[in-house]
Design a protein around this ligand. Structure first.
Ligand SMILES: [Zn+2]
Length: 137
């Protein structure tokens, strides 16, 4: 393995997660005081130390989060919430209409439309009023 191939492994080596035989190869280079591997391991230790000092829990702004999520094709959670809310409202409205129709049917009327028309004493033709069940005689 040449130094170009080893250069991508120094971070894993310093973290102690590099597998054999790559680990043994870097050990050999360091044992032979290879200047390139010594510099590579030193740089990896510095990078690991820097990463360890980064503050945790830094939250991106809402706009940045939305832009990043949109760039990978993920909808914002709020948008999904409102889509579900509208679907739920539509289902609830449909259920209310079904309950109103059943209630209207139980009261002996075909629907609430003829009842409303009868209540307002609209000028409906008598034959249509009879067919709609408003005038039962
Ligand atoms: Zn080396």
């Amino acid at each position: 393995m040449n130094h170009e191939e080893l250069s991508g492994l120094y971070e894993l080596y310093t973290l102690g997660v590099l597998e054999e035989p790559e680990r043994a190869e870097i050990d050999q280079h360091l044992g032979a005081n290879c200047p390139e591997c010594q510099a590579g391991v030193k740089g990896a230790l510095r990078l690991n130390a820097l990463l360890a000092t980064l503050p945790e829990g830094v939250e991106p702004s809402r706009q940045l989060r939305q832009r990043v999520m949109a760039s990978v094709g993920v909808e914002p959670a709020l948008s999904r919430f409102w889509k579900n809310a509208w679907a739920l409202a539509a289902v609830a409205l449909a259920m209310v209409l079904v309950v109103m129709a059943i209630d209207s049917h139980r009261r002996g009327q075909d629907s609430w439309l003829p009842r409303a028309a009868g209540d307002s004493r609209c000028l409906m033709r008598p034959d249509l009023r009879k067919r709609a069940g408003i005038d039962r005689k």
